[in-house]
Ligand binder design. Sequence first.
Ligand code: FES
Length: 581
Amino acid sequence: MTTPEDSSLRKTPDQLRSHRWFGPDDLRSFGHRSRVKQMGFAAEDYENKPIIGILNTWNDLNTCHTHFRDRANEIKRGVWQQGGFPVEIPVMSLSEPFMKPTTMFYRSLLAMEAEETIRCYPLDGVVLMGGCDKTTPALIMGATELDVPAIYFPAGPMLKGNYKGITLGSGSDSWKYWDERRAGNLTKKEWFGVEDSIARSPGHCMTMGTASTMTAVAETLGLTLPGASSIPAVHSEHARMATRTGRRIVDMVWHDIKPSSILSQPAFENAITADMAIGGSTNAIVHILAMAHRAGVDLTLDHFDAISRKTPFIANIRPSGKYLMEDFYDAGGLRAVLKNIASLLHLDAPTVNGHTLGQNIESAETFDTDIVRPLNNPLSPEGGTFVLRGNLAPDGCVIKVIAAEKHLLQHTGPAIVFKDYNDLAARIDDPDLPVTPESVIVLQNAGPLGAPGMPEWGMLPIPKKILEQGHRDMVRISDARMSGTSYGSCILHVSPESWVGGPLALVQTGDTITLDAPNRSLQLNVSDVELAQRKTNWSPPNPRFTRGYGKLFSEQTTQAHLGCDFKLLHRGESSGEAEIH
Ligand code: FES
């Protein structure tokens, strides 16, 4: 591993990638240099210095990244301090609260944009500024492909919500109080009170949702400075971390520390282990698979299940635990978790600061053992997510068992089938719906191609009449994803999806379904002969898109168990930088 101390391995200025733009004594380089001077910079400001691209996913509708313009300036400060030349480059922002049909529809577009932005500009290294759910995997996927030195800077979680002294968690408490309102237990005034109080600072969701999970994954992979992912967005340490990140990327360029030297099979196994230990979002599975495939690492759902079986869940954070990310940071944060599970990690995995993961967590401490549990007092002896298989999901599906009611984890019940989201919305609260608490709610056509984009619809609503009976969980099955802030006995990512004729498309109301989570099984209790007959009667739906990005998405997106990446962006299909002049 190259460290900042290995000065003999330091690049010379003419080995910088940007030298191709600025170094030669020719007409094109004249143009490049004169245009930097147009911005008011003199030669001594940029000449022979690493050009650092700061890929900023700020926009006015990404409320999780409100502070990113300030942080970009703080990153620039660090770049200048270390002798680099910073350039801020806005890239597409994937805003979870606002984008339709779902940010997942655009993850590959941001990944492509990041890759091509790095490719086309004179950048020697990049700082990737993300946080809101899909921004993290998308930026990493893009940077991995081009393999210039890259460091990830996470947005950090927002402050805890608070309504009349009651702590509120992003997402989780929206679902919870909405159910109470539908059940008639919450007034409109109280509902608006929750609305005013649940998101009260910049930063991403402060539960252990997809954003907190994916930034923790990025840190465990070795792509951030140690401790970066747990710092609340508005904490002054977050600004200081930004400046340190700016300083570090300059050294990474000189010592050529690239994603390919970080993103190994052991690094991904570490990331999965951390994901299980923190009770991470089920979405992380799809993203980790996609990132690994970009890095040339061969991961499958079986890796997740194997690691889940041996990794205790020890971070007591909502929605599966009690606390929120601000508490987690004060309790020691991700470094404390990693220290506690050190025996399960590949400690020699390299990271962006030039030290190993083991070295980075050596001094970590836990300040509250109810929030970051020791291994001998876990919240659950196994990881948060199980991978299930069976005739309903031959290529697998997942369930977040730690967020489900335990009595439902082994359950047989009759299916109530909805053919798509609109059907669900129209009928779920119908007083005549033949539903009981034992029913299994099934949603079809909500997968990667069917929805499209595999939206976070997987926490299917409990019918109003069941809520009114006092029940708050039922077995629910779909090929959709679920927000990391969601909870319940929701079986997700069923693969292959119903839109392409997977067995989920063949389920009919009244069929019985058996969930056996401890034995990792999901079974539709219909004979093979009957299923084959239903399949012959099934016909593929008409294509949703005939042009544009939607058509590209439909033609290229893989199924959930493969990561939902574009086929043409898989490793080995790269156009190669060397061919472009
Ligand atoms: Fe941005 Fe949850 S909405 S992280």
